[in-house]
Write a protein that binds this ligand. Structure first.
Ligand SMILES: Cc1cc2nc3c(=O)[nH]c(=O)nc-3n(C[C@H](O)[C@H](O)[C@H](O)COP(=O)(O)OP(=O)(O)OC[C@H]3O[C@@H](n4cnc5c(N)ncnc54)[C@H](O)[C@@H]3O)c2cc1C
Length: 408
């Protein structure tokens, strides 16, 4: 990848900078910690503003609410907006995961109606794949959709659905055939989250927020026109979503290094700058190497995508290293802060309690979008070419796979 902007890219960067200078809030500008509802409203306001200015979903076609530009323009935008305190990645699941599914599978009329509203966050979307007994092995899911005339009737439960309580629509993966292997019997749909038969229950986390939810379906009806892809083609459709998820996450997933560097530059212990401490310097050097490595591998992936390729196993590498590092750095920073480490009040804690919040939420990042172990499996099998792990249910009809739930 050539890291220098072309003249056209440089002009775009200048345009973005000018707009952000006039419209975005600088970092460290707000006081206190807004509530979850306030952060949601704030994110909606920001997305609408960005869309009105023509900077939303830069690589989407203009007729669907984008700007008809490229992945590289998106990277430039992300690099520049990262200097501000705006919630630019807040709706990444809808736009980054559900958006490509709608773009790929929905009818032209649906795309023209749904996508511009998604881009400006007028409509918020969630992704409903995981279930209590189907997370890493999402193809083991049991929420059923049964065809009745020109509609489908959905029953079952999803879990860990980020943002479901705020969502207008969700992309949902359902079991539509139990007679074939688990990968061949799934179908993807989109569903109105406010309709009868859909019940959303937020799950409270240890940081006090309720980022994700349980979602229950009791005879919820979906018109066949909201099917995304072929009947039984849900696994292929899900892979498209998951590959785009890795790409979307890689743009916004923090690894914690810039924040740690900022802390170390300002902190003193026993009157000495922390940055002079050899142990701290060694940690910084290690994490800088990992930070630079993630950046390089993300750039390699973006280069491949810009040339028409698909996001590949490089994303698993960045996800694994970045998520572990983010948690390790937060815990290390709390140790450096000593007795003031546990102070959660953003008015007193450095960087508005960034490290305290991260220490509580970063374990979840190591699970979301695929756990550490699943990332290691992807790297082992797809990068290193090691043998696939044994799959005992390979080729077995879904209904014959032993489970605790014999009703499916
Ligand atoms: C913050 C957050 C947001 C999320 N948002 C969403 C969302 O919006 N939509 C959605 O559908 N889901 C979402 N999820 C769910 C997420 O995708 C799952 O948590 C994840 O896939 C792991 O599934 P699980 O929790 O069922 O764990 P399990 O799959 O049950 O795993 C349990 C443990 O076993 C290990 N394990 C499992 N399989 C293997 C294997 N083959 N080899 C080695 N080890 C293995 C795992 O690494 C883990 O340590 C979210 C999760 C989090 C934490």
């Amino acid at each position: 990848m050539d890291f220098k902007d072309t003249p056209e890219q440089a002009a775009f960067r200048a345009e973005v900078r000018q707009w952000l200078t006039a419209n975005a809030r600088p970092k460290q500008s707000g006081a206190g910690r807004p509530s979850q509802a306030e952060r949601y409203d704030d994110a909606k306001r920001w997305y609408k503003k960005v869309a009105d200015a023509g900077f939303a979903c830069l690589d989407w076609p203009k007729e669907y609410g984008g700007a008809g530009l490229s992945q590289i323009h998106k990277v430039i935008w992300s690099q520049e907006v990262a200097n501000y305190a705006e919630p630019d990645g807040y709706f990444v699941i809808g736009i980054g995961n559900c958006g490509p599914a709608i773009m790929h599978f929905a009818s032209e009329q649906q795309k023209q109606h749904l996508l511009p509203r998604m881009a400006s966050a007028e409509d918020v979307w969630c992704q409903m794949f995981s279930e209590p007994s189907a997370g890493s092995d999402v193809a083991g899911l049991r929420t059923s959709a049964v065809k009745q005339g020109d509609k489908w009737v959905v029953n079952g439960q999803k879990i860990w659905t980020s943002g479901a309580q705020h969502s207008d629509y969700g992309v949902i993966l359902c079991r539509t055939d139990t007679e074939v292997s688990k990968y061949r019997g799934m179908t993807m749909f989109y569903i109105d989250m406010r309709q009868p038969g859909v019940d959303v229950k937020p799950i409270k986390q240890m940081d006090g927020d309720a980022h994700f939810n349980e979602v229950f379906f009791n005879d919820a009806e979906i018109p066949d026109s909201q099917r995304l892809g072929e009947i039984g083609g849900g696994w292929g459709a899900a892979l498209l979503v998951l590959m785009n998820e890795r790409l979307a996450i890689s743009g916004v997933q923090p690894d914690g290094f810039p924040e740690l560097l900022q802390l170390v530059k300002t902190l003193q212990i026993d009157g000495e700058p922390v940055s002079d401490n050899p142990s701290v310097r060694e940690h910084l050097a290690d994490w800088y190497c990992q930070h630079a490595g993630i950046k390089a591998s993300t750039n390699r992936m973006l280069t491949a995508v810009a040339k028409g390729g698909m996001p590949g196993a490089e994303a698993a590498l960045g996800k694994l290293v970045g998520a572990v590092m983010n948690q390790d750095i937060a815990n290390y920073a709390l140790q450096l802060l000593g007795e003031s480490g546990p102070v959660m009040n953003p008015d007193f804690a450095p960087q508005q309690a960034h490290f305290q919040k991260t220490a509580l939420f970063s374990p979840g990042i190591r699970l979301a979008g695929g756990t550490d172990e699943v990332m290691r499996n992807i790297i082992a099998e797809q990068v290193l070419g090691m043998p696939q792990e044994p799959r005992a249910d390979k080729g077995m009809a879904f209904k014959d796979i032993p489970s605790g739930n014999q009703s499916a």
